[in-house]
Design a protein around this ligand. Sequence first.
Ligand code: GLC
Length: 528
Amino acid sequence: MHWWQRAVLYQIYPRSFQDSNGDGVGDLPGIVRRLPYLAELGVDALWLSPIFVSPMADFGYDISDYTAIDPLFGSMRDFDALLDAAHAQGLKVLLDFVPNHTSDQHPWFVESRASRQSAKRDWYIWRNGAPNGGPPNNWLSEFGGSAWQFDAATDQYYYHAFLAAQPDLNWRNPQVRDAMHDTMRFWLRRGVDGFRVDVIWHLIKDEAFRDNPPNPDFRDGEMPYRRLLPLYSTDRPEVHDIIQGLRAVIDEFPERLLIGEVYLPVERLAAYYGRDLSGAHLPFNFSLLETPWQARAIAALIDRYEAALPDGAWPNWVLGNHDRPRLASRVGDAQMAVAAMLLLTLRGTPTLYYGDEIGMRQAAIAPGQVRDPWEKNVPGFGAGRDGCRTPMQWDGGAHAGFSVAEPWLPVSDDFAACNVARESADPSSLLNLYRRLIALRRTRVALSQGDYRPLAAACDILAYERVVAGDRVLVVLNLGPQPIVYRVPAGTTAENLLISTDSGRDGQKVADSIALRGHEGVVIELCV
Ligand code: GLC
């Protein structure tokens, strides 16, 4: 087995984790200071959202130098210190690799834009306008409006899947591939343990630039980008060759990990493992972010995902990230513990988003405080991502212990009750449940490696087994408020209750049925 198959991954949004120099923005020395917290939580690897030099139009997802640290976060020396300190505590470090687009301030783009004859012209996607005027085709930017920006100086348009300040690279150009492969090698040689690759399904576009068809399911009031199906601008068959190229670079180094960000239905996602598993090790599975929080819907999703996985492909699950509303606002406060148990008992590598382990909620952002460019571009569609990016809540002191200065985004106003210091001291807290679940996952091979067997999905009960030779556990989750009695399946004998979301019950003996309270989840040891 590879380390990442047994691992629990943890996403840090560096701007919001820990400020060390009093500028209200989190930084690398701040992360170093909090490594003991992460080691105690029990996670195995950190993925850092981008820390590279950037004008910050999209908070680091617009990179102007791929091989330098933005001074806002620290220096290269700080990065090396973080890598060493993390490794010394047994934590791997994954970086965010953003190969689809650069910043418009990147020297490559500056050169590309300078003239049609520029040596770097073809590093980006330049096209003439349509014969009757207007952009080359109907493609839309995910962040609103046409995906084509007119450049008056050279009388052509360039393509940007996101902001106009994020021009897309042309991955059909071998020089682009080589340059990007070299940036990967730069970090891999420095010792990073792998990458999470940004918008990997966007990397290559239709060679003929055909118009995207209308989306028949589009409804008024939805995000404008949904008006078309991005058939020709994303998820092209050629993308798998590009990903294979990234993977080949990863494989030049021992035991490194390639994760791909892919927002596609699980059946399409499966292709991102690549032919003969030569693609991403883990194409991120975001489907729990989009499935209704109902037992049947979740069970059906797990079945579809398990069925779609190619032979030998390793699954993974995600419950939150820096682009989606916080878990608590999707499933409700009462279900946060059950959600934690689900994430940490499913088959495959789980990824936690910073703050979810203490139950941080989606923060209310006043109109004057909006920072997210997506929300600014298309206000009123609920795109805003600031509310899930607020400072980590460490304690009940000033600015929640995140910074001595006013933070770049407001601290959520529940921080006096919801913070690490308080929850650490409370055995029944969500934080301590996460710690117990992660520890259990480490000790029970059934949980880290066992097969998944669905048992029941009815009303609010979701039950499944995890089984491996010599170890077998039963997971029963109550997704609703009503108490319920669950009968252990005929022919199986239950032993101990290993963990309940209600901490007082751990270790109880279980006979042939278990009485669950509302919103309770349990993991039970079964006789093998
Ligand atoms: C990814 C990132 C998101 C960013 C976008 C454009 O989806 O997760 O934060 O805005 O790519 O780079």
